[in-house]
Design a protein around this ligand. Structure first.
Ligand SMILES: NC(=O)c1ccc[n+]([C@@H]2O[C@H](COP(=O)([O-])OP(=O)(O)OC[C@H]3O[C@@H](n4cnc5c(N)ncnc54)[C@H](OP(=O)(O)O)[C@@H]3O)[C@@H](O)[C@H]2O)c1
Length: 351
């Protein structure tokens, strides 16, 4: 019989899809969250155990996590929620997985490497699209060019499937921070936040702009490559807007200002829209002697479908006893080819 695992935030847009897919795949999710009515209704629909608790009281969190070997935390923005769940996991000896792409969360969890190792607990944030495929691509490029000193990773979403509502809310939360890159092993504000480059994902060149994606933190932990940049393909007017945005960024430090953007959060894509959407990643590693390697990954819609495939693949590994205690990255624990285990994902080597 399958072992249970807990999905916290299971009533969210992405958590709900993950819970449904988990049941379809024969897993035994326990659905949890703070919204009693939504969790009860989801639990009834799926005929699975449900637990209702919020994150304010550690005793309540401990009761909520009792008996769970693995927690997949889906309630973001994670900057407000990771601490309560990760601390509960450390107290309870449960492995912690989440869907965050938030660098302050990665950074805080990395600080808990030693206590996690002591308790035999794995802390693996970024178990969704951000960062499983790109982290595996980074590890792959590093294996092909062990002397790599620079890594660029870019992605492009093609089709009508927009970003999930929680991703939009998290992006609004992050407007206050400057675009960052990794230079000489350090995370720094990008000297040229409006930088763009042309990327060939296999269907003609696309212009991609700099973004603070999770890889600038995680790929460094996976590969040790000291200079890392992330890029995203956006419509040209959005790239220009983001470049200008750096001038007004300071006002987004104020919560009241960020709240003004919340009415623009999308309600989320439909399964039909996602079925018409594909996602493409491209990565390049170079070294100081002029060597260069590059590869692409192609897969399904990112925010929900690829995220669900990646997160459940990690859950299955951990439930099977395949984990490493401490702060971990997916590419480091499971290797470059882990991304290829998800149905519909293919890697393409470039000369
Ligand atoms: N890694 C990736 O590639 C990837 C992909 C997709 C999504 N994400 C991230 O996953 C998160 C969820 O996205 P979504 O679209 O599913 O968001 P959503 O629909 O807004 O759902 C958020 C969930 O989190 C819960 N929640 C929020 N704040 C909470 C708090 N303080 N305490 C307890 N529960 C809280 C909500 O509970 P209530 O219903 O009670 O408010 C809800 O269950 C976002 O942070 C998003 O950025 C990451």
């Amino acid at each position: 019989m399958a072992q249970p695992f807990l999905i916290y935030g299971a009533n969210g847009f992405v958590g709900r899809v993950i819970a449904h897919r988990a049941v379809e795949q024969g897993l035994q999710p326990v659905v949890a969250g703070r919204n009693a009515a939504a969790i009860q209704s989801l639990g009834e629909t799926l005929d699975v155990e449900r637990r209702v608790f919020d994150l304010a009281d550690p005793d309540e969190v401990d009761r909520g996590l009792a008996g769970m070997p693995v927690v997949l935390h889906c309630a973001g923005p994670f900057i407000h929620t990771y601490k309560a769940i990760a601390e509960g996991c450390l107290r309870r000896g449960a492995h912690y997985l989440d869907l965050t792409g938030e660098i302050p969360v990665y950074s805080a969890l990395a600080e808990w490497d030693a206590p996690a190792k002591q308790r035999g607990v794995m802390l693996l944030p970024g178990a969704g699209f951000d960062v499983v495929p790109s982290d595996c691509l980074a590890v792959h490029l590093k294996e092909r060019l062990p002397s790599a000193t620079y890594l660029a990773l870019a992605f492009h979403s093609r089709g009508p499937g927009g970003i999930p509502p929680g991703t939009a809310r998290t992006s609004i939360e992050n407007l206050q921070y400057p675009t960052r890159v990794r230079r000489g092993g350090e995370l720094i504000a990008a000297p040229d936040p409006g930088k763009t480059r042309l990327v060939d994902f296999g269907y003609g060149l696309r212009r991609a702009g700099l973004i603070s994606w999770g890889d600038i933190f995680m790929a460094y932990h996976s590969t040790g490559i000291p200079n890392i940049e992330n890029y995203i393909v956006l419509p040209a007017r959005m790239v220009r807007m983001l470049a200008l945005f750096s001038r007004v960024r300071p006002i987004f430090k104020y919560e009241q200002v960020r709240k003004l953007a919340l009415p623009f959060v999308p309600s989320g894509s439909t399964p039909e829209q996602r079925a018409q959407t594909t996602t493409h990643l491209w990565g390049e590693a170079t070294d100081n002697r002029g060597n260069r390697v590059a590869a692409r990954l192609h897969g399904p819609e990112a925010g929900v479908d690829w995220t669900t495939l990646a997160a459940l693949a990690v859950v299955k590994r951990v439930l099977a006893g395949d984990f490493q205690p401490g702060f971990q990255t997916p590419g480091r624990v499971y290797g470059a080819d882990f991304a290829l285990e998800a149905p519909g994902v293919a890697r393409e080597e470039l000369a």
